[in-house]
Design a protein around this ligand. Structure first.
Ligand code: NAD
Length: 421
């Protein structure tokens, strides 16, 4: 891949495009399909007026990018953050297309976002913002068109407001318009833990592949939110030793293993992991390059870059977060023979359970948690095997293999459907 500046390296759209170009070239993708898939199919920008609690009118900028609807309705989360950019939403939308294709579920890819610091808004202001954003997108979303879900700083309540707003416009309850809803209004059992569970499932597969034993496997996790804490809990329960946890305000290290149940209880009470006495405080940046067997970045983008990749000690990196590794870091990790389970496979448990939620809403029949977990395990194991097989057959790393598998599936659909003119 070509040399790029650090600024380009950290731009998520550039990161996505670098991997896409490389995989498309390896696939000998035709120039026409390359042009279609390299760019999103639709980008919507909305300016959202909100009457604030103090009587002022504020206008927020929101995005929804639909990268592809070739294989089914577009699917992807909505994030609220002051740093949201259109480039980031574009990258995340295309990642969703590839992710859904890797696990072979019938969705395309989308992502949404609003430039806002949700901590500065009251609950009433957040509700108005969410409802007006949904109303502005009313023609573009729907169970058969585009199905949003929670992402950074949005949650089950946000999805309940989106579902209700859409339903009010349709004059009927339409639960399948969003996923990640509360269970009592059409959510799925097992959805909340599904991304962390998926991380555990693919780590199990990697251990088998590398002939490693769980009991001897030391794990470091960055991020103790939804993905990181659920992965930590599920992995600790089956015998992995979680030796380090990194958070924004501090990190913990205990080479004998951290008691995750105690830590979850501590965090619940104190809203932070800092001060937990079952481990030593540690430097967050150093924890990523501390000796361990599996490193799980489960916080945010661009944490493994050309600046620190050569210091990574882990044998396996399992990407719970979206885009934690830059394209330049990939090359360094490949040289070091680190076994990377790429984000579009490693964190696909979430969208797979969202798919189950959408199916259950449309069936009007709700599955037990055991059925959700069994189906999730089946899909992720198959997908892991397919990615590894692709990587061996084509002599490429796991990330490029996952992209190739996904691009091939989407391209095949477009070829068969043809281009409407
Ligand atoms: P979350 O907000 O619940 O948790 C993220 C945690 O990471 C927070 O506790 C935060 O304090 C911490 N964090 C943020 N920046 C950090 C940093 N620089 N160093 C250490 N800790 C940091 O979010 P989440 O839902 O767990 O999502 C985490 C990542 O996983 C995101 O990249 C998200 O897009 C991705 N993801 C989430 C899901 C899902 O179902 N929740 C599915 C697929 C991918």
């Amino acid at each position: 891949m070509k040399t790029v500046s650090l600024e380009q390296e950290l731009n998520p759209w550039e990161a996505q495009a670098a991997r896409f170009d490389f995989a498309a070239q390896k696939l000998n993708l035709s120039e026409g399909l390359w042009k279609i898939l390299r760019h999103p199919s639709r980008e919507i920008i909305v300016y959202i007026p909100v009457a604030m609690d103090d009587g002022r009118l504020e206008v927020f900028t929101g995005f929804r990018v639909q990268h592809s609807i070739a294989r089914g309705p577009a699917k992807g989360g909505v994030r609220y953050s002051p740093d949201v950019t259109l480039d980031e939403i574009r990258a995340l939308a295309s990642w969703m297309t590839w992710k859904c294709a890797v696990v072979n579920i019938p969705f395309g890819g989308a992502k949404g976002g609003i430039i806002v610091d949700p901590k500065k808004l009251s609950l009433a202001e957040l509700e108005k913002l969410t409802r007006r954003y949904t109303a502005e997108l009313i023609e573009f979303i729907g169970p058969e068109k585009d199905v949003p879900a929670p992402d950074m700083n949005t949650n089950e309540q946000t999805m309940a407001w989106m579902m209700d707003t859409y339903s009010m416009h349709m004059r009927q309850t339409v639960t399948a318009v969003v996923t990640g809803k509360p269970i009592n209004i059409g959510g799925s059992r097992g959805r909340r833990e599904a991304t962390g569970r998926g991380v555990m499932i693919v780590c199990e597969e990697a251990l088998k592949k590398l002939a490693l034993r769980r009991e001897n496997t030391r794990v470091i996790i960055q991020g103790f939110g939804n993905v990181g804490s659920n992965a930590a809990k599920l992995m600790a329960d089956i015998g992995y030793k979680i030796i380090g946890i990194a958070e924004v305000d501090g990190s913990l290290y205990n080479p004998r293993g951290i008691n995750i149940d105690d830590l979850l209880e501590y965090k619940d009470r104190n809203k932070t992991i800092v001060g937990f006495t079952g481990a030593e405080p540690h430097n967050s940046r150093e924890l990523l390059v501390t000796d361990c067997d599996i490193l799980i970045p489960a916080a945010t983008e661009n944490v493994i870059t050309s600046q620190n990749a050569s210091d990574i000690k882990a044998k396996v990196i399992c990407e719970g977060a979206n885009g934690p590794t830059t394209a330049a870091a990939d090359e360094i990790l490949a040289e070091k023979k680190v076994f990377v389970i790429p984000d579009i496979l490693a964190n696909a448990g979430g969208v797979t359970a969202s798919y189950f939620e959408w199916v259950q809403d449309r069936q009007g029949y709700f599955w037990t948690e055991r059925v959700v977990n069994e189906q999730l395990e089946f899909i992720l194991r198959e997908s892991f095997e397919e990615v590894v097989r692709y990587s061996e057959t084509h002599s490429v790393n796991n990330r490029i293999a996952a992209y190739m598998l996904a691009i091939n599936r989407v391209a095949h659909t477009i070829r068969v459907r043809g281009i409407y003119a």
